[in-house]
Design a protein. Structure first.
Length: 693
């Protein structure tokens, strides 16, 4: 097979928030694929950049009294640190706020204008009066105008898939200020995407570039069917400008207007490639204007629309190379639910790195990722079990149970009989490679672990630890350990795209460099080996608990603007809680003042053994004034953790005699009950006895 020239990108992380475990699904997936291609002997470069433009950065810089450039520089430094911690290796990591990107945006813009695809028209747009800015799509939430789903973003509905303008939302709310935005008119520039409809229909539906479910989605929602002329849909014009104030590149021939972030962000792929080319004496044309170069994009399913319609249309118009494949993946859930700060599962990359081995996460993600758009779940119990069982007990143990016995004599000069184990594993290499190529990492990991399951019984039956006791069996011991070490080395070669750290430690042990897939076909013989050193630590549940506790503690920090799935976290307060428990009838201020709410301190807390839901609390109102309260919070709180905490209590509630004792009030909490109960908190400075107004 001749060498392939491959350019690979991941979606650009937004510069307004930290890298978290949800982000890492994509970057680990991409890094594995790139490492696999290189191991196969292909020339493959991996470029990425920070996505730096838009209203969010502008607003953050304003609030922090910094320049936008200072904000994005700090963010890029943090992102690159986090990626490096997880062994994600880019050939170039740039920024969309670069001179290269500005120049390329201008060139591509000229091509689009020359093709007659640009038009202008006045647009009614939502404007946040409090923040004095027009609202980008990501800063508006509301009810979908088609299906009525609440709490939807400003550009597309996650439930029915329709795209729309923020102004189409029912009851829109600004996520910047929480206020209801007003409608204002401004001139915008549009690309008439419908002119590219025939090309886009052919490119997306030819079966070469997209997963089948993605192609079918685009046909059903946007492009229509070539077999049914009446079913062909008209592509909407694409709004690609934003009026000032806006942090981005001003459009040269349209003063006061800036390219929308989704225009200049994907061009950042090319700009990052340009930086790599300039540094390495390469020509950009060999990567973006050559049919001999394969371009592969890895993205999440939330940005499918931009990468499969807008972006191919831009590239085609500019005469640039189109993607060979857009690989689209699903989202990450943790323990079966959306990532949550309150539950300690919205885990930042740097938080994970302080407590756990990045190699463990890389392997677990690989064991879950397939070629389709299915979401993957990070079940923390399964995570501990799978990593310890597969990597520590099956793979690393092959080396740890054999290498120490032949440190002084090295590997046998001739490969010993092993019942065909090495040969069968060598033959499995093609199937494993096919799985990697198609991004079916789950299948690749299963095939590799099946080989490990065959290798380990060989060692267990040979019992090298017993052979070591008999000097006359030293030759047999060397042969057994030579087989074990070579079977281990095969597994490491196959796992090399996933576990670069294990590769480095294996290279040190064997004094040999793993750098090509075909090394799995030839055993390593007649060489010395180094003293065995620890290769992988078992995951301890205590470390998981520490990570989750630290993450939960971080919920008190100010929320950034980044979302747990798409890099843009906002205050997405849905209507579900209010719908489940509607507002009570109106009361007068006199009615309200009858309820005496007071600050109280928990001075004693204990279980009520005969009660399923209750804790017994002794509350201090200051001085000698105390109240005993039975509160239904047993499933949500450990009593010892409540002692010393300030709470809000109803102090003038008529005492109620219960079979467990007299309850002299009530503590205030929200939630649906059971574990979903949340005691009301108080800022520093509140003292027991103060009335709550």
């Amino acid at each position: 097979m001749s060498e392939r020239r491959i350019l690979v990108t991941s979606a650009l992380p937004y510069a307004n928030g930290p890298i978290h475990l949800g982000h890492l699904v994509e970057y680990i997936q991409t890094d594995i694929w790139v490492r696999f291609q290189r191991l196969r002997g292909n020339r493959c470069i991996y470029v990425c950049a920070d996505d730096t433009h838009g209203t969010a950065i502008m607003i953050r810089a304003r609030k922090e009294s910094r320049t936008e450039e200072e904000v994005i520089a700090q963010s890029q430094q943090e992102h690159e640190r986090d990626f490096a911690d997880f062994q994600i290796r880019f050939d170039n990591y740039g920024s969309t706020h670069s001179d290269e990107n500005r120049q390329l945006c201008g060139q591509i813009w000229e091509s689009i204008q020359s093709a007659g695809l640009v038009k202008t028209k006045d647009v009614e747009q939502l404007y946040d009066v409090a923040e004095q800015t027009f609202l980008a799509d990501r800063f508006v939430r509301g009810t979908c105008p088609q299906c009525g789903s609440p709490d939807q973003p400003g550009d597309n509905c996650s439930q029915c898939g329709i795209t729309y303008s923020p102004i189409d939302l029912v009851d829109p709310v600004s996520t910047l200020s929480g206020s209801t935005p007003e409608v204002r008119t401004a001139e915008h520039l549009f690309i008439e995407l419908e002119q590219l409809h025939p090309f886009l229909r052919e490119w997306t539906q030819n079966g070469q570039h997209l997963q089948a479910e993605v192609a079918n989605y685009l046909k059903g929602h946007f492009l229509g069917s070539t077999e049914d002329p009446d079913g062909i849909k008209t592509l909407r014009d694409w709004d690609i400008s934003r009026p000032a104030p806006y942090f981005g590149f001003e459009i040269p021939d349209s003063p006061g207007n800036f390219w929308y972030v989704w225009f200049d962000a994907p061009i950042g792929y090319i700009a990052s490639t340009q930086q790599w080319c300039d540094r390495n004496g390469e020509s950009l044309d060999d990567w973006w204007r050559s049919e001999e170069c394969e371009i592969h994009h890895f993205i999440g399913k939330d940005i499918t629309y931009f990468h499969t319609l807008f972006w191919p249309g831009m590239l085609k118009t500019a005469g640039l190379q189109l993607p060979e494949k857009v690989h689209i993946h699903g989202f990450l859930t943790v323990d079966g639910e959306k990532m949550s700060k309150s539950k300690g599962t919205f885990i930042k990359a740097e938080t994970y790195f302080r407590h756990l081995d990045p190699s463990a996460l890389r392997y677990f993600y690989a064991s879950k990722l397939g070629p389709k758009l299915d979401d993957i779940d990070l079940n923390l119990d399964e995570f501990v079990s799978k990593v310890n069982s597969d990597l520590v007990n099956k793979v690393v143990n092959l080396a740890s149970r054999s290498a120490k016995f032949i440190k002084d004599v090295g590997l046998s000069p001739v490969y010993p009989p092993d019942g065909g184990l090495f040969e069968r594993a060598a033959q499995a290499g093609d199937s494993i490679a096919e799985a990697y190529e198609s991004c079916d990492y789950n299948r690749a990991m299963r095939l590799i672990m099946a080989l490990a399951d065959e290798a380990n019984p060989f060692v267990e039956q040979a019992e090298p630890w017993n052979l070591k006791k008999d000097p006359e069996k030293s030759g047999e011991l060397q042969d057994v350990c030579t087989v074990a070490i070579n079977l281990f080395r095969q597994l490491v070669i196959y796992l090399a795209p996933v576990l670069p750290d294990l590769v480095a430690k294996t290279n040190e042990l064997l004094g040999d460099s793993i750098d090509h897939w075909d090394q799995s076909k030839t055993p390593l013989l007649g060489t010395s080996i180094a003293k065995f050193k620890h290769m992988m630590k078992r995951i301890d549940q205590k470390d998981i608990d520490k990570m989750v506790d630290e993450t939960r503690a971080e919920q008190t920090e100010e929320l950034s603007d980044s979302d747990s799935q798409d890099g843009q976290e906002q205050f997405h307060d849905g209507p579900e809680a209010l719908a489940a428990e509607p507002l009570a009838e109106e009361c007068t201020i006199e009615d309200f003042m009858k309820v005496d709410l007071r600050v109280a301190r928990v001075i004693e807390a204990e279980h009520v053994p005969e009660a399923r839901k209750l804790l017994k609390l002794k509350l201090s109102l200051g001085g000698d004034e105390t109240r005993t309260v039975f509160a239904g919070i047993k499933a949500a709180y450990e009593p010892e953790k409540l002692v010393g905490r300030l709470v809000v209590m109803v102090a003038n509630l008529k005492p109620r005699q219960m079979k467990f004792g007299l309850s002299e009030g009530m503590v205030c909490a929200s939630g649906t009950g059971g574990a979903e109960v949340f005691l009301l908190g108080l800022d520093d400075g509140a003292v027991p006895g103060q009335r709550v107004h």
